[in-house]
Design a protein around this ligand. Structure first.
Ligand SMILES: [Zn+2]
Length: 366
């Protein structure tokens, strides 16, 4: 559809009257009339981004330019099931808004990610391996009826890809894979500038690629999946096994069954050799899967995010080394493998991108 100059002027006048766009400056001329540059008015409204991990919850409130006004993190357990978890989320959102003297009615839209495959049109998850009790629960409808605010639901790795593309390491990249390494391991794929979800929203479930045919049992019921070899629980399990074998490590000061992946990551950063070996092994397994992903999709960038992203080169080096060994030279030589710039905030910022889009869509529809 083509619009005449006067039709565009009248649309822009409407948007300016609504207060949604501001004229920011007169741009340089390219020969004709000097163009007027427009920007979305950041104060037009507020959105909330929610990152629901398996064991933590991250919430941010931003304005329309995605500037973070307030944020909070809480420990969380996705295994408590949808009703309990969504009640907790409701309380945390209200509490966070209170700090800004805002109410839910001041919010234009809310974006939320979950650690499982999402059927976006239905606003629910489908057979999520690490979200027992959530299969087919109407998450989006539940929250929209509770808040009376439009809600968009996405997969955590997909929204991590979107967040890093919009505001992080992947700015300007059209072919980007974001690998979220947490309790679960998943990939968000941005291909030709668009998020790729596949036929039923399960695309990017790299955590369930088989790495070792008869390896450890995975949450999905299969054996030897990447997640069971390099996910958060695998990292913690290997630390416990090392202690049981009597290896010398700083981790033996923690009660064995309480050891978490984050403890292993911190010990590795302090120079603990056993912890470093566990992280290197996890990096090698991740590298095997990432090499295959690179062969299939030929991305220009792979961003490693999630709870372990603060490890930097300790984790990236074994991934890079394995990718060089195992992916096709023509694909490996162009790909950059880097940590998430937004760190743990990547997914919640992706949720913010979706929330802003959703609220703009609603405004245009009115
Ligand atoms: Zn699996």
């Amino acid at each position: 559809m083509y619009l005449t100059r006067s039709a565009i002027s009248s649309i822009i006048d409407n948007l300016k009257e609504m207060g949604l766009v501001d004229e920011i400056e007169i741009g340089p001329t390219t020969g004709g009339r000097r163009p007027i540059l427009l920007a979305i008015n950041p104060r037009y409204g507020y959105v909330v981004g929610i990152d629901m991990g398996a064991t933590h919850l991250g919430l941010v409130v931003t304005d329309y330019s995605a500037h973070v006004l307030e944020e909070i993190e809480h420990p969380f357990s996705v295994t408590d099931g949808p009703k309990n978890c969504l009640n907790q989320i409701d309380r945390y959102v209200i509490e966070l808004l209170k700090r800004l003297k805002l109410e839910i009615s001041n919010i234009s839209a809310i974006g939320m990610d979950v650690p499982g495959p999402v059927v976006a049109e239905a606003g629910m998850v489908s057979s999520p391996p690490i979200m027992p009790g959530w299969d087919g629960y109407p998450i989006q409808t539940h929250l929209e009826e509770l808040w009376h605010v439009p809600v968009s639901l996405g997969n955590d790795a997909e929204l991590g890809a979107l967040g890093e593309w919009a505001y992080g390491a992947g700015r300007g990249e059209n072919n980007l894979a974001y690998i979220k390494v947490g309790t679960g391991v998943g990939a968000g794929l941005l291909l030709d500038g668009r998020i790729y979800r596949g036929a039923t929203g399960t695309a990017g479930e790299i955590g369930h690629v088989t790495i070792q045919e008869n390896g450890p049992l995975c949450t999905c019921g299969n054996y030897g999946c990447l997640e069971a070899m390099a996910g958060g629980q695998a990292i913690a399990r290997k630390a416990r096994e090392a202690i049981e074998k009597g290896r010398r490590t700083q981790l033996s000061s923690i009660e064995a069954k309480k050891i978490l992946a984050v403890d292993v990551a911190q010990a590795a950063q302090r120079g603990d050799l056993v912890a470093q070996q566990i992280i290197t092994e996890a990096g090698t397994y991740l590298g095997i899967a990432v090499a295959s992903l690179i062969n299939v999709f030929n991305p220009s960038m792979v961003v490693i995010g999630g709870g372990v992203s603060q490890l930097g080169d300790l984790l990236l080096e074994p991934i890079r080394k394995t990718v060089v060994q195992r992916s096709l030279h023509s694909a490996a030589k162009v790909v950059r493998i880097t940590s998430a710039v937004l760190g743990r905030r990547a997914s919640s910022m992706g949720a913010v991108v979706q929330a802003i889009n959703l609220s703009l869509d609603r405004l245009v529809d009115v």
